[in-house]
Design a binder for this molecule. Structure first.
Ligand code: X8Z
Ligand code: ZN
Length: 643
């Protein structure tokens, strides 16, 4: 699968499941037998039998995983009925096998085993088990259908809509049929561009509402999918699929929820300072009738379709006219930087740390630009097709700063894949899914003004802005993201847990949006809505807590790498570009893959054993002081106006 991570992680079947495709090992226990362990085998299980079971399982998993990866790669690169059917079938085969193996693995629970074998058996059981053939087939078809429906969705504004003229200018390929009377349509990437660049609230609202209406079409599919998924999780002894997801962190699901809540409380004051500041600035831009003085910010004004990161409104909130005017997007566009060159920049960072060059097949097989002649899933992803050398990226790259950062993120997945390829199949994965997401983001934290100068992307005469400018930009990306990431799975855990019924999906989504992000829906909710489904990871059923974890871990990793490099200045100015010592430290952790519980991998790299917001807080400390000063001044001037 693609992985947003090693797609093992992007997995809708769950972490271990993607890792664990495979048919039954010869002589292995059948699911029916395994469900009745007492009768399954005549003799008690032994260590030797367990080891042989794991070895056979890994061989078969590997073969099935590769097959399903290839099918899925084709399906996402050429969305057609046939490719959807083929990928659904291969995922079905994989799911059948992972379910059977998970059940069979139970036989060895409680046996004293070598640590590696015990860990593999445990990972194997972190999966869904859907024994009924028809239900399993329906489940994988729903999954494939929702992913493609998301990939192909378009908003076709009516003639009176604010975006009608923008749509008329859209490419013919985006329209349902050229040459007839149907309205022109806007695909997601064009709507995202409007969200990022337009400063017209009517246009922004139209793009927002237009996109969020698309997911209604697959709401019922999602409801059915959730029911089948829960059934599959319960068959493996989990309370529901949310609990299964939370069990992927080497601790109980309850302990993981509590950990997320703990760290969120640590960083919440930083988010609140940013939110207050941004609301004030947006009120100055859009006026008091659009932005309230207190309470939530309307979601369409934050420069992003999901309000998940806010860097696109930097020009509206930048500290002052004195702020630097350097714009990496402009530089990349003006130079006509090609997609391949964008990837080369990112590869150059990893090789500067002592990592290998990307294999030739990466360049031959990746999809780096959006094809004009067919439907593809454009959401960026990294793929580990054969768990050896055949790694690929699928991304519709444009020469922008955002994509410059995203390609560093994607190569983080790829370099993790390459680093752990010597591990056995079941350990070819991240220490947890948040690790996988954090690897490239950590590297991207080293894209400092000094680094851009070294690359020649910034000239000595450019005005790059000072620390506060850069930190504010970074906070719009990283700090703004935290409550969004928290919310997505807080919502899904409740959906999977049955605390939220389909008729209340939007109500709860917006209640969480208000509580955590402090944002509001631009227009009132309508019945039948499915706003959560307008986010890729909900439509494709990719767990999202990974990104919350990653956004904290990356600062922990960066602090450790900078220490290793002997750096002692402020954390936000550190770039480990070219530092082989830091690179070795990083590579040592990457090589471990999933072979050890993640706190051990973290400890080896950072000396810390738990998720912790202190590195992020340290990174943003000067900004926090500045934001609080600004907010205090705003409050004073508001009070003066009121008097
Ligand atoms: O999905 C992604 C990556 C692939 S793993 C492009 N990200 C999340 C998102 O876009 O919502 C990266 C950050 C969050
Ligand atoms: Zn990712």
């Amino acid at each position: 699968m693609k992985r947003f991570s090693s797609h093992a992680r992007l997995s809708r079947l769950t972490l271990a499941a993607w890792l664990c495709g495979s048919a039954m090992a010869a002589g292995a226990v059948t699911p029916a037998d395994a469900a009745k362990p007492g009768k399954a085998a005549k003799s008690a299980p032994t260590r030797q039998e367990a080891e042989r079971f794991v070895k056979d399982a890994e061989a078969r998993l590997e073969a099935l995983l590769i097959k399903s990866q290839r099918a899925e790669w084709v399906a996402e690169n050429f969305i057609t009925d046939d490719t959807q059917q083929i990928t659904a079938e291969s995922n079905e085969e994989l799911l059948k096998a992972t379910g059977e193996l998970a059940l069979a693995a139970r036989r060895y629970n409680g046996l004293t085993l070598p640590a590696d074998t015990a860990r593999k058996l445990k990972l194997m059981q972190l999966t869904l088990m859907i024994p009924d053939d028809q239900e399993r087939a329906r489940f994988t078809r729903l999954a494939t259908h929702m992913t493609s429906a998301y990939g192909m969705a378009k908003y076709c504004p009516p003639p009176t809509a604010a975006l009608a003229s923008a749509a008329a200018g859209a490419t013919a390929a985006s329209s349902p049929a050229s040459g007839d009377a149907k309205p022109a349509c806007l695909p997601l990437d064009e709507l995202e561009k409007i969200m990022a660049e337009s400063r017209d609230p009517a246009q922004l609202k139209d793009a927002w509402v237009g996109w969020h209406a698309q997911s209604r079409a697959y709401k019922q599919d999602y409801v059915d999918y959730v029911a089948l998924s829960n059934k599959g999780s319960r068959a493996m002894g989990f309370a529901d699929t949310g609990a299964l997801w939370r069990s992927g962190y080497d601790m109980t699901p309850e302990a993981f929820s509590a950990d997320m809540a703990r760290v969120w409380q640590q960083v919440r004051p930083l988010y609140e300072s940013l939110h207050t500041y941004v609301r004030y600035k947006l009120r100055q831009t859009y006026g008091a009738d659009q932005v309230p003085a207190t309470g939530p910010i309307p979601a369409h004004l934050l420069g992003n379709m999901w309000s998940q990161s806010w860097e696109n409104i930097y020009p509206l909130v930048k500290p002052s006219a004195k702020a630097g005017d350097y714009d990496l997007s402009q530089v990349l566009a003006q130079r006509g930087t090609s997609a391949k060159e964008m990837v080369k920049y990112a590869e150059g960072f990893y090789t500067s740390l002592g990592m290998e060059s990307l294999p030739q097949t990466f360049w031959e097989r990746s999809l780096l630009t959006k094809p004009q002649d067919r439907e593809v899933v454009c959401h960026a992803s990294a793929w580990d097709i054969d768990q050896q050398q055949d790694v690929r990226v699928k991304m519709c790259i444009r020469p922008t700063e955002e994509d410059f950062i995203t390609i560093h993120h994607e190569l983080g997945h790829i370099y993790y894949d390459l680093a752990y390829r010597q591990q056995p199949t079941l350990f070819r994965n991240g220490a947890n899914d948040g690790f996988h997401e954090a690897i490239g983001d950590t590297v991207a934290l080293s894209i400092t003004p000094d680094y851009l100068k070294r690359l020649g992307l910034m000239k000595a005469t450019d005005r790059p802005g000072d620390d506060i400018d850069n930190l504010l930009m970074q906070a719009l990306r990283k700090v703004a993201f935290l409550p969004f990431a928290y919310k997505v799975d807080a919502w899904r855990w409740q959906v999977y847990g049955g605390q939220v019924q389909p008729q209340d999906y939007d109500k709860v989504w917006w209640s969480l949006s208000e509580t955590y992000q402090g944002i509001s829906r631009p227009v009132p909710m309508e019945s039948g809505g499915f706003d959560a489904g307008a986010k890729f990871h909900v439509a494709a059923d990719v767990a999202y807590a990974r990104y919350f974890v990653a956004h904290l871990l990356q600062f922990q990793f960066q602090r450790a790498l900078c220490r290793e490099a002997g750096y002692s200045g402020p954390l936000h100015s550190c770039s480990v570009f070219g530092n082989k010592k830091a690179g070795e430290k990083y590579q040592a952790m990457l090589k471990l893959g999933a072979s050890k519980p993640w706190p051990e991998a973290l400890q080896a790299m950072t000396g810390e054993q738990q998720l912790d917001g202190s590195a992020m807080i340290e990174y943003f400390q000067p900004l926090k002081v500045w934001l609080d000063q600004q907010n205090a001044q705003f409050a004073k001037s508001d009070a003066a106006v009121k008097r």
